[in-house]
Design a protein around this ligand. Sequence first.
Ligand code: ADP
Length: 422
Amino acid sequence: MSILLGCIADDFTGATDLASMLVHAGMRTVQTIGILKEPVPPGTDAVVIALKSRTIPADQAVAESLAALQWLRAAGCRQTYFKYCSTFDSTDKGNIGPVAEALMAALDTPFTIACPAFPENKRTIFKGHLFVGDTLLAESSMRNHPLTPMHDSNLQRVLQRQTAKTVGLIEHSTVAAGTQAIQERIESLKAEGVGMAIVDAISNDDLLQIGAACADLPLITAGSGIALGLPQNFRAQGLLDVQDAARDLPQTQGLQAIVCGSCSQATQAQLADAVARGTPAYAIDPMRLAANEDLVSQAMAWATPLLNQGPVIVYATASPDRVKAAQEKLGVERAGALVEEALAEIARRLVQAGVRQLIVAGGETSGAVVTALDVRSLRIGPTIDPGVPWTVSLGATPIALALKSGNFGATDFFTKAWSLLP
Ligand code: ADP
């Protein structure tokens, strides 16, 4: 059976967020890092292509998104989903409007919705205005975002500045009236020549109704919330019969390790907790790396005899004072790069030594490790803590990877995670 849902996400963590949502709703989902050359394995219901297109020039974002669409269409996808941030991160130049418009043209469809709402994460839309918690978007911390400052909470206006299409609104009174009312409103907007419509949503039930109403739209543009309501459409058509997409992961057998490059408060607490429970841990000091000490070999010599007894941790995690001291001596970028390079090489050698279950803490650190391991695609599995699923890399040597960005995860993350592997 071909892939049902093809998704194009404008950044990596957003892609994981969407993929987790789809898995939760019952679709076997693969996340790819950029556009693959090869097809994904049979038995994949949804593919999420992670691009880095949120803040690049609009013409580049359009070109990359169209290339992703081409791959998804070749894979036989029935519906396309353009995923952006739930705070609608974009500038007046794009990239949401230009990418949505280009995808509409390529799919030859006159209409799509735009709905970043994710009520569970406190992103709601009412009368076209986006709220972050109790605060309007333009009054939230997003107004100071370094790359995509959001100064207007009215998404109809925000999107209208980014596209030549007419942008309309599907108000909450319509959404609350249910699937059929939403579909009728879509038809009347189309008849008026409206090309895109912001859709109000303030609850999970709203998302489910909107999802059902979008069953026949070739293109959906949204945050990850709308994904809640899409698998039901495929199930209703008899195209999806998986019971537990999260646990239906390729098995990995092997040694366990944790590589920790995040210095966030959450990671510091998680590291301290794991050490207190007896997990052996080895520290990497950027000052010693800068002095050309071969800490990679030293860490491996330390880890190798311990690996058979259980998970080990290699970490660069340090207190803010120590990080600051290293940064003052080496420069912020050099300190970061030295640590990332060392941890990525350690991860590669740990895998060579037989590690097949690996937790990585830190967003940038995860990027460096995934590159060093030459991981191009991931099957998404069960959620460990919100925003962090277990994944299994696809390829010659499947490795279970939990890629945790800094502040995510409960204090017992480094011990709890192992028990959640299928
Ligand atoms: P997070 O997700 O918490 O932001 P990242 O991995 O994205 O974590 O970023 C942490 C950055 O800090 C990385 O570039 C890492 O190499 C760097 N780093 C880690 N430990 C140290 C340290 N002891 N001194 C200086 N920089 C460090």
